[in-house]
Design a protein around this ligand. Sequence first.
Ligand code: PRP
Ligand code: ADE
Length: 186
Amino acid sequence: MTSTPSLSGDLGADVAALVASRTLDVPDFPKPGILFKDLMPLFSDGMVFKETIDAIAAHRGPDSFDVVVGVEARGFVIAAALAYATGVGVVPIRKAGKLPRKVHSASYALEYGEATLEVHADAFVAGQRVLVVDDVLATGGTAKATLDLVEKAGGTVAGFTVLLELSFLEGRRRLAGRTVDALLTV
Ligand SMILES: O=P(O)(O)OC[C@H]1O[C@H](OP(=O)(O)OP(=O)(O)O)[C@H](O)[C@@H]1O
Ligand SMILES: Nc1ncnc2[nH]cnc12
């Protein structure tokens, strides 16, 4: 008799299985050799999306952060929902050239390219505890740039939560000493 090995993630096997059930593998996107993990099916299934957001809210506890940061663009979907569910605000980290006032900028490399992220210089009250959320942690380039930007803008990063971690790219190493929760680690 064969048994299916349980999936692993920081919120337990059931949450990991939920994320896995709504993740599609797309080979060679956006470049040859990249196996793209498409989480749009998780966002578009109302019950699964709600269960996912509720699981993050329950795990983190309502008192462990003051504001949620979401990284453009897929991170926005998770950040807005989690902020609403926990009754806090949301601060967007945007790709270059989109924010209208004074910004801090950070350029970085990610699994399939390079980009620049920006945050409004006055986005946080000094010491405000920030939970950073995104869909995928791959090389950690995006997450590390976000950490630097939040700290430059006066926030304190309380942790990172991602739906999916690609462990072979070792993004967690870029966030050493920080709390990182991945709902599914592959
Ligand atoms: O760990 P890394 O190697 O940095 O990769 C992770 C990032 O890559 C994707 O964003 P992308 O820049 O493709 O933007 P999108 O959300 O606008 O599609 C993903 O949403 C993460 O933000
Ligand atoms: N393989 C991947 N799939 C989806 N998003 C990503 N961001 C960085 N690498 C990715």
